[in-house]
Design a protein around this ligand. Structure first.
Ligand code: MTE
Ligand code: HPA
Ligand code: MOS
Length: 766
């Protein structure tokens, strides 16, 4: 399909190549001459003081060329993303089972793996902490606790006619990108280094390698064509793999590749944070919330990584779509001797939303009221009910109108009745139904990160090359940005190519994260393209002898009255007249500010909205379950590409459903991850899709903010819609319990846990 431009359902630029295998990932690149392969030596202890590291047997093993430990780092041995204190290779302490303490480079991957197994490390085991509750009790944190507050929550709670306390525990999630972490570092002319890295944040990888090796940033180039999935797992954690490959390349003067196999990737890298969520809520007899006191505790693993930022987003989403007249929401980043948890699609928001949604269900059950009615009652609204706990006013709130639409399109009231009637007569199979709204704040919660650059070049044959700071990880960023540029010039999409992302083309970029890849890079590319279009219009006006305002770009042509010229003719003419056909674009998000100390401000340019209604059935004898039907209504603003957006919604929903119902991380008593392969860690597949999945994009939904062609971000928010499935499972279980009994089902709601919850529910009956 060659219709240009925005609003069309154009395929992902690599769709066919993803399927037939021609899309090149780092491990597919032709291998350079003299390439060495690296393997990591990891800690067998969850916590130990490191003693002698004896690598002599590694060094004499066949094919080995070099080994490195902390002592080999020539520059600063630290890859902390926000806080310092995260060594590339530790010199003193190993802090989890799998902690890399040394690395080997050899002529083949097998030789490197074998040599790594010969390392002798002495360590004095130290006490370790694995459990969030335990860490919370001991005040064992990776960063200071935080508080977000508005109004006097304690007073509101004390005065409320009804008051409930509750808690729930939510597990973590492995990213399970198809392409595991990988880097290929090559020394290049003049003492510089070129690194292919599977990273969402090439600039951070570049800056950290420059610190590690003591090189100027300008001497380090990081390049990324595409990732085989990332989901947040490559926002900060690619630095470890790229850093070690670079250190070995630097030491040997040879290209070095480090690719983690699946078991190593799962054992070594961090995951979604598991959370312990607690709430104390005061409300009136209708279920209207009067005051909230929440505690969100995250299991962060051994280091700070991005945890403080993840927690900040969790706190700012613990209101979800609801107005809290008074609130205190506290966050605790608990330190455990496990993998260091990191960004994962939603970045803390899903866990915050779960606190709100579980709390609302508890209120509804306690009062014997319809959970959906209680939700509507608490929606943000006008007249003073529009201020968030972080003091941003909620504007353009679309959920009430969207819910009206979904109630009709999904027959929610009729189906509720039908399910209740079914359950009354069904002893073994029980059904559940739950509707969950999502309000997601778009912009990085750290204002500095909300900027982007792009470089657009037109050639004399009329073809256009776009480069920007964003990373293509499967989400369709490249095709969306190409559509934006094609729109500006009004040329066919096939005219526009996007080249790999490189730190030497667009410098000092932000990670591609926070769902804002298109918002930021699309806007930067649009601005760059408009600069060139203006120059071209000037040349055309002169040639036609008309005022520049009369020049129109349309259908691959430039026109004014009877005059017209092909786009390619005009680029050639510009060149002949010595007019530049390349331009930079730079964008920074307007209006946003946030004070991390008081946790107040206006961190988000706008909100994206979504709604999901899920119907499930459980088998009360086995705990097995099925999603029968899911209806989604999602707000993507004015869609740049409805096909891509729909794919993001479906994929995110299924990924969220996997997290909350199937994927269970299990560690043994020594802190060894037992679920480090697909044999023991179950991710959802196409077969797990709800039998009936209906996804609708909200119509006539232009973003009121001036985003790129009035679109909205889509990458993360729909993951949270899967909370509807979890709540529907709890609803099915609740049908077995005494009215008002508290829910016991946490996440993941695996068949085993559902069965236990069924038994607990039955035990509440007289
Ligand atoms: N979609 C695919 N196919 N693969 C991914 O790794 N990552 C998600 C989301 N969708 C991801 C994805 C995450 S965590 C984010 S933040 C956004 O894409 C990032 O891209 P965007 O900002 O361009 O939407
Ligand atoms: N989302 C994702 N990644 C981030 C964010 C965020 O809000 N802030 C910093 N890194
Ligand atoms: Mo996404 S978790 O912001 O990379």
């Amino acid at each position: 399909m060659d219709t240009a431009t925005v609003g069309h359902s154009v395929s992902h630029d690599s769709a066919a190549r993803h399927v037939d295998g021609r899309a090149v990932f780092i491990d597919d690149l032709p291998e350079p001459r003299d390439l060495l392969h690296a393997h990591l030596v990891t800690s067998p202890w969850a916590h130990a003081r490191l003693g002698a590291v004896d690598l002599s047997a590694c060094l004499t093993a066949p094919g080995v060329v070099a080994v490195v430990t902390a002592a080999d780092v020539p520059g600063v041995n630290d890859i902390g993303a926000i806080f310092k204190g995260e060594p590339l290779l530790p010199a003193e302490f190993a802090e989890y089972v799998g902690h890399p303490v040394a690395a080997v480079a050899a002529t083949t991957p097998e030789a490197a793996r074998h040599a790594a197994s010969l390392a002798r490390i002495d360590g004095e085991p130290l006490p370790a902490v694995f459990d969030v509750r335990n860490a919370l009790e001991k005040e064992h944190y990776v960063c200071a606790p935080m508080t977000m507050a508005r109004g006097d929550a304690a007073r509101a709670l004390a005065a409320a006619p009804f008051r409930l306390q509750g808690e729930t525990e939510i597990g973590g999630q492995d990213h399970f990108y198809l392409e595991t972490h990988v880097a290929l570092a090559t020394p290049v002319d003049g003492g510089a280094l070129h690194i292919y890295s599977s990273t969402q944040h090439p600039t951070e990888v570049q800056h950290l390698i420059s610190h590690i090796l003591g090189l100027p940033q300008a001497a380090v180039t990081v390049e990324v064509r595409r990732l085989g999935g990332a989901f947040g797992g490559k926002e900060s954690q690619a630095s470890l793999v790229a850093g070690i490959a670079s250190l070995l390349a630097w030491k040997t003067g040879r290209p070095v590749k480090l690719r983690l196999d699946r078991d190593d990737d799962m054992t070594i890298t961090g995951k979604r944070h598991g959370f312990l969520l607690r709430w104390d809520v005061g409300f009136d007899q209708e279920g209207r919330i009067l005051g909230v006191d929440m505690q969100l505790a995250a299991g962060c693993g051994w280091s700070a990584d991005l945890s403080s930022s993840v927690m900040s987003r969790a706190l700012s989403h613990a209101d979800n779509a609801y107005f809290y007249p008074a609130a205190r929401i506290r966050g605790f980043c608990c330190k455990t001797n496990l993998q260091s948890n990191t960004a994962f699609r939603g970045f803390g928001a899903p866990q915050g939303v779960i606190a709100a949604e579980a709390m609302l269900d508890d209120i509804a059950h306690h009062l014997g009221r319809d959970p959906l009615a209680v939700r509507k009652l608490n929606f943000y609204g006008t007249g003073g009910r529009d201020l968030t706990p972080y003091h941003q006013t909620v504007e353009h709130f679309r959920l009430p109108a969207m819910l009206e639409h979904l109630e009709r399109s999904a027959d929610l009231a009729e189906r509720r009745q039908a399910i209740d009637a079914f359950n009354a007569k069904s002893p073994v199979i029980r059904k559940g139904l739950a509707t969950v709204p999502v309000k997601f704040g778009v912009s990085f919660n750290n204002p500095m990160l909300n900027q982007a650059g792009a470089l657009v070049m037109a050639y004399t044959d009329g073809s256009i090359l776009v480069n920007h700071g964003g990373i293509e990880m499967g989400q369709g960023l490249y095709v969306k940005v190409a559509q934006v540029v094609a729109e500006v010039f009004q040329v066919p999409l096939s005219t526009v190519q996007v080249s790999s992302t490189r730190t030497d083309k667009v410098p000092n970029t932000s990670p591609t994260a926070a769902s804002s890849g298109t918002d930021l890079n699309g806007m930067a590319a649009q601005l760059a393209a408009e600069t060139i279009r203006e120059r071209m219009a000037g040349v055309a006006a002169e040639r036609f002898g008309v005022p520049v305002e009369e020049i129109e770009f349309k259908n691959g042509e430039i026109r004014s009255g009877n005059h017209h010229m092909e786009f390619a003719e005009l680029t050639a003419l510009c060149h002949a007249q010595r007019v530049s056909l390349s331009a930079n674009g730079y964008y920074r998000t307007p209006k946003i500010h946030f004070d991390g100390k008081t946790m107040t401000g206006h961190p988000f340019l706008y909100y994206s909205h979504g709604l999901a209604a899920a119907e499930v059935a459980i088998d009360t004898l086995t705990g097995e379950w099925k999603a029968l039907r899911v209806d989604i209504l999602h707000d993507v603003g004015r869609s740049l590409n409805p096909a891509i957006d729909r794919g993001q919604i479906e994929g995110a929903f299924l990924q969220g459903m996997g997290w909350l119902t199937m994927e269970e991380l299990v560690w043994d008593k020594e802190g060894r991850l037992l679920t480090h392969a697909p044999s023991t860690y179950k991710i959802p597949t196409a077969r797990d899709l709800p039998a009936d999945l209906r996804v609708e994009l909200l119509a006539n939904a232009d973003n009121p903010e001036a985003t790129v062609y009035r679109s909205k971000a889509v990458g993360e928010p729909p993951l949270i819609l899967a909370v509807s499935v979890w709540l529907a499972l709890r609803d099915a279980v609740a049908s077995l319990a005494a009215p008002g009994a508290p829910a016991t089902l946490g996440a993941p709601a695996t068949p085993e846990h559902i069965l236990a919850a069924v038994e607990a529910a039955r035990a509440t009956l007289p």
